[in-house]
Design a protein around this ligand. Structure first.
Ligand code: HEC
Ligand code: HEC
Ligand code: HEC
Ligand code: HEC
Ligand code: HEC
Length: 295
């Protein structure tokens, strides 16, 4: 039978098989690409909202803190969307007959909440929790971008699994002191932006985020790498009373803990490593196991 087909047609058959294969692979890649494209993930898109609420005006312009409106972000999985009452704290007095605020006044009058369109919305089979991220040193801006510069809210990152895993594989590069999580303009530690941190958990034996104190100002100007003086307020650090929150058995309340050593960090990798230890961040293997996010 073999002689009916000559060598060239055999090659042709093989060629068309290869071609079909390539087309199928190509199609697969395109669909995969499509599934990850901003068009499907809604990344970067401005949602239609009943009221064109501007974070830029309210955060950057008026200086409101995130927690003023997103009250539960530190203690629950859900950050919270403010009730109409929060808007009326001001808009009962300001811009009282502006047309764009009509839905707010109507909601206040009827008691029916404003129906905001969700911008970030993970599928139900994914577990996410704000509390742990915020209390372990991940800033709002790391995940949500420069919210303070958004006239209309949009999603900065895809929120796809790969994005979550990227950080869970190496959280150090994104860790900052918990005192800085609301700081929209935070920059990683570097030569130009050194960060000094001290910890009193060695003494207490129990690392917690609270036992770490960090500052962007040299705690002792001119002293280089720091050793804090005993029972003496650190110049330039926390002007309104150092140590009021720290209670060390040696020095008593209202005093600095004995022998607080400030270390200067000039690169993010090193700062991240320090914080990961003191915030007790699990290792990447544990943090990327499926059960963490799919329970
Ligand atoms: C004056 C109140 C107010 C303040 C202050 C505020 N927000 Fe909001 N935020 C809202 C309202 C109202 C919405 C829902 C409408 C929208 O999406 O724009 C919202 C939505 C969001 C969303 C998207 C929610 C979703 O649907 O997925 C994020 C993220 C967010 N805010 C982050 C922040 C951050 C970060 C800060 C601080 C820098 C902040 N907000 C400060 C009122 C506020
Ligand atoms: C702390 C006071 C305060 C709170 C709370 C507040 N606003 Fe405002 N809002 C203002 C002021 C002041 C302006 C005028 C801003 C300007 O023109 O720079 C304004 C302006 C606006 C505007 C007009 C467009 C713009 O951004 O300039 C809208 C819409 C608005 N606010 C919606 C809301 C909603 C919705 C809430 C509740 C989630 C809210 N505001 C909470 C003070 C507040
Ligand atoms: C590790 C990334 C991450 C950090 C850090 C983070 N968020 Fe979110 N945020 C998300 C994700 C993911 C969602 C969507 C959650 C969902 O759909 O269940 C979300 C949703 C929100 C929402 C909508 C309401 C909700 O809880 O679903 C608001 C408001 C919000 N974030 C505000 C903040 C503020 C304010 C901060 C800083 C204090 C912050 N986020 C820090 C990832 C993050
Ligand atoms: C920028 C870094 C970063 C991003 C992005 C991020 N995470 Fe995390 N996540 C962390 C850190 C840090 C922890 C705390 C780890 C620890 O304490 O061991 C954590 C912890 C968690 C936990 C553990 C909660 C618990 O109680 O055990 C879950 C669940 C989680 N993340 C889900 C997600 C999901 C889902 C996404 C994506 C939508 C995401 N994370 C994106 C850094 C990140
Ligand atoms: C850090 C959190 C996190 C971890 C760990 C994680 N996932 Fe996911 N996973 C997600 C998120 C977020 C999505 C939703 C993606 C989206 O919206 O498209 C997802 C979606 C999925 C999907 C749906 C299909 C898809 O790709 O969209 C499957 C299947 C899945 N994950 C399997 C796994 C398996 C298996 C593991 C363990 C090897 C795992 N995940 C670990 C966060 C995580």
């Amino acid at each position: 039978m073999a002689q009916i087909f000559d060598r060239s047609s055999n090659a042709l058959a093989r060629m068309s098989l290869v071609l079909t294969g390539l087309i199928i692979i190509g199609l697969g890649l395109t669909l995969d690409e499509l599934q990850r494209s901003p068009w499907v993930t809604r990344q970067g898109q401005r949602a239609d909202q009943p009221v064109p609420f501007s974070h830029k005006h309210h955060v950057e312009g008026l200086g409101l803190q995130c927690q003023y409106c997103h009250t539960t972000v530190e203690e629950s999985s859900y950050a919270g969307i403010p009730p109409t009452k929060t808007c009326m704290n001001c808009h009962a007095e300001i811009w009282t007959d502006a047309q764009i605020l009509a839905p707010v006044r109507q909601s206040w009058a009827t008691g029916e909440s404003i129906t905001w369109t969700r911008v970030h919305d993970l599928p139900d089979y994914v577990f996410f929790n704000h509390e742990i991220h915020v209390n372990k040193g991940i800033g709002c801006a790391t995940c949500h971008g420069r919210v303070d510069q958004m006239p209309i809210m949009y999603m900065q990152n895809s929120l796809q699994m790969e994005w979550c895993l990227n950080c869970h594989r190496n959280p150090e590069k994104n860790l900052r002191p918990t005192s800085e999580i609301y700081n929209m303009a935070w920059k990683d530690a570097s030569e130009l932006h050194p960060v000094w941190c001290a910890s009193d958990d060695v003494k207490k034996g129990m690392p917690t985020a609270e036992s770490v104190t960090c500052t962007e100002e040299n705690p002792q100007p001119g002293a280089g790498e720091q050793v804090a003086a005993l029972n003496q307020p650190l110049a330039g650090l926390h002007p309104q009373g150092v140590g009021t929150t720290i209670d060390s058995e040696d020095t008593g309340p209202e005093m600095l803990p004995a022998g607080l050593h400030y270390t200067k960090f000039t690169d993010q990798e090193a700062l991240g490593k320090f914080l990961a230890v003191h915030y007790k961040i699990r290792n990447p293997r544990e943090l990327t196991s499926c059960e963490v996010c799919h329970r």
